[in-house]
Design a protein around this ligand. Structure first.
Ligand SMILES: O=P(O)(O)OC[C@H]1O[C@](O)(CO)[C@@H](O)[C@@H]1O
Length: 382
């Protein structure tokens, strides 16, 4: 279904419209309050607030315009943010926000992540303490159950719900919230040599992603792992290399089993069995079907690639209004190797549902099930 309509944010009342009209202004205000920025940054943030809600897409006025031109900016400049493809305008919003706060410099604010206070608050939260403490109970379970719990911890970590999964392995309630579950197909792809995990959020999502990776490495289910992160702060909490370091240090500094996992991850990084990669395309406003050849080759070299989270799902399958029963294998046929998506549903895109599941969700919730984050999926194309 490659001709399914691309999602655009021009319909008031739609999810996409709400993101641009309400969430982005709220985010600008939160960033404004999180730092004692100087007048130049504050003016630029105010200008973005007006432009992103009432104005049109404009060039950055920096060297990066060239990169964005290659990513389609010529078609979008001069258009209302609401008329560009949702994925494009949402992604560009984050790039302009980074420009406004001086992230790319030159100057004193260069490299200062405007989302760092939010990320650190999550990493230091009592919820994270509880989730890490729950790890001490994991060895009481058979190894297969441990692996399943960690997979579901990583999945629900996309909604910051690791504690629930770790303390209630295989709970029928939680399993009932999976709208598609290719878990068996996932495990059938292991053991394998190389796992690639395309990370999503830092903090309470990255921690369970790292715990799953540690488990797979430690128990020989994979020989090496590559963690793909963002080159710069993006979509508020998306993980960068600095966030991986914070998360591993958080684990190392914890008690009990969490500290053991942290130390193994640290060693795996120093030995090259766990590598961090940050490709510029990680922050592109485009679907992965349009990835450059060298990134395609990296994915082709993996035996299994896991895409975490909602934004990565949108980019993996394409940010389009597909009929929900469109096969996952069909829209990921371009991908150069076995691929899995672990995602809680937080935007309109969905593929791979049974017709009966779609009907039941529509009957119970209208369209809300697509965006509420209450449902999740595991989808695999071997
Ligand atoms: O962190 P995740 O799971 O990628 O979710 C991010 C999602 O949030 C939104 O940015 C909306 O705020 C979606 O457009 C996006 O897909």
């Amino acid at each position: 279904m490659p001709d399914a309509p691309v999602i655009v944010a021009d319909v008031p009342g739609s999810f996409a419209h709400g993101v641009l009209a309400a969430r982005h202004p709220a985010l600008i205000r939160a960033v404004r309050e999180a730092f004692p920025y100087g007048p130049a940054q504050l003016r630029a943030l105010d200008a973005l607030l007006t432009a992103a809600t009432e104005g049109v897409i404009a060039p950055l006025g920096t060297e990066d315009d060239e990169r964005w031109a290659a990513w389609g900016a010529r078609d979008q400049v001069g258009r209302s943010w609401f008329e560009a493809p949702f994925l494009w305008s949402e992604s560009y919003f984050y790039r302009v926000l980074l420009e406004a706060v001086g992230y790319f410099g030159p100057g004193a604010w260069q490299g200062v992540d405007p989302f760092r206070p939010f990320k650190l608050a999550e990493l230091d939260s009592p919820e994270t303490d509880e989730e890490l403490a729950a790890l001490d109970r994991l060895p009481e379970q058979p190894l297969d159950e441990q692996a399943r719990a960690l997979l579901h911890g990583s999945l629900w970590g996309n909604r910051a719900d690791l504690g629930f999964r770790l303390s209630a392995t295989g709970s029928p309630t939680a399993a009932g919230r999976l709208v598609a579950d290719d878990g068996e197909a996932f495990w059938s792809l292991l053991p394998a040599d190389t796992l690639c995990l395309v990370a999503d959020n830092a903090g309470r999502e990255l921690i369970p992603d790292l715990l799953l990776t540690d488990h797979l490495l430690h128990h020989g289910r994979v020989r090496r792992a590559v963690l793909q992160v963002k080159t710069h702060p993006y979509y508020i909490s998306d993980a960068t290399t600095a966030d991986v370091v914070d998360a591993v240090r958080r684990l190392v500094g914890a008690q009990g089993a969490a500290a053991g996992a942290g130390e193994r991850l640290w060693t795996a990084m120093t030995e090259g069995r766990l590598q961090i990669r940050a490709h510029p395309f990680s922050c592109a406003p485009l679907p992965y079907a349009e990835m450059p050849d060298e990134l395609r080759a990296e994915f082709a070299a993996a035996d299994l690639t896991i895409f975490k989270g909602d934004l990565n799902y949108r980019r993996l399958v394409g940010d389009r209004l597909y009929p929900p029963t469109t096969p996952f294998a069909e829209v990921t046929a371009y991908f150069p190797g076995p691929v899995a998506a672990l995602r809680t549903l937080k935007s309109d895109v969905i593929v791979g549902l049974d017709a009966s599941m779609e009907a039941a969700l529509d009957a119970a919730e209208g369209r809300r099930w697509r965006t509420s984050g209450a449902h999740a999926l595991i989808q695999v194309r071997a």
